[in-house]
Design a protein around this ligand. Sequence first.
Ligand SMILES: Cc1cc2nc3c(=O)[nH]c(=O)nc-3n(C[C@H](O)[C@H](O)[C@H](O)COP(=O)(O)OP(=O)(O)OC[C@H]3O[C@@H](n4cnc5c(N)ncnc54)[C@H](O)[C@@H]3O)c2cc1C
Ligand code: FES
Length: 258
Amino acid sequence: MRSMIPVKSRIIDIYKETDDIKTFIVEKTIDEDPVPGQFYEIYVRDAGEIPISIASWNDGLIFSVKRVGAVTEKLHKLVKGDYIGLRGPYGNGFPEHRRFTVLIAGGIGLPPARSYIEYWLSKGAKDMQLLYGARTPSDIVYKKLLDYWSNYIDVQITVDRGDSTWDGNVGVVTTIFNRIKNKDADFLIIGPEIMMKFSIIELKKMGVSDDNIYLSMERRMKCGFGICGHCNIGRYYVCKDGPVFRYSTIKDIPEAIH
Ligand SMILES: Cc1cc2nc3c(=O)[nH]c(=O)nc-3n(C[C@H](O)[C@H](O)[C@H](O)COP(=O)(O)OP(=O)(O)OC[C@H]3O[C@@H](n4cnc5c(N)ncnc54)[C@H](O)[C@@H]3O)c2cc1C
Ligand code: FES
């Protein structure tokens, strides 16, 4: 059985992305290499343990974390050189890149999308498109990376509310679905469930099959690998059978997408 004991890992560097999101580069003290879309349980001393997706794993593990409550608040207070605990990698990750893929990411959904884009770009795959929605221009993370990726793949960004610095699209992410380059694609949706719900409605109108839509689901977790029963959606455990599910697998489970 997998160990529940976190492995001590040093924070190598920290970058402030936005007012409430920080990126942590963490020493990779666990040998097993993650795959895009997997997550780790991060233990923060005197606070607790939380699941966080890998944003990448070059020169250490990269996590981007939004401050929302007790554990993430404490994590945001740590500084370079401090230690956290790590368990993982857990979960199934995204499906293999097999053809044109459209990533639809909202808010803190961009970090897991980053793991996919960086991994497959490193393998030479350029048949990808990113549609990214943020609340406001100042909530956009990875600004330099978004510029860099746009040299290789199509990157479309929208914000819910614009400001004087923004001359791009204003509106929720579905308002840029008319820019989708290929409907005969795999669609990976990563973000809040409300975004998933409306994205699926629009994709269905475009004739996309349920089998070609993948959702990265979030649930409260404890063990992270299928023993405690905290994270179920119907008979599936999000930590072990997910977090990435084909829409066709979970669409008939009432509590899957609210
Ligand atoms: C597989 C997975 C991957 C994740 N990856 C990331 C990531 O890359 N970056 C990131 O910032 N966050 C990620 N999260 C969410 C992160 O785990 C939670 O934000 C964190 O657990 C909140 O802990 P807290 O003690 O700071 O806040 P809490 O006080 O526990 O919660 C604050 C608020 O967030 C809600 N919340 C907390 N956890 C969840 C959850 N799992 N699902 C839905 N709502 C939740 C609570 O209901 C509450 O409203 C991921 C979650 C899962 C399940
Ligand atoms: S978190 Fe324990 S079964 Fe999923």
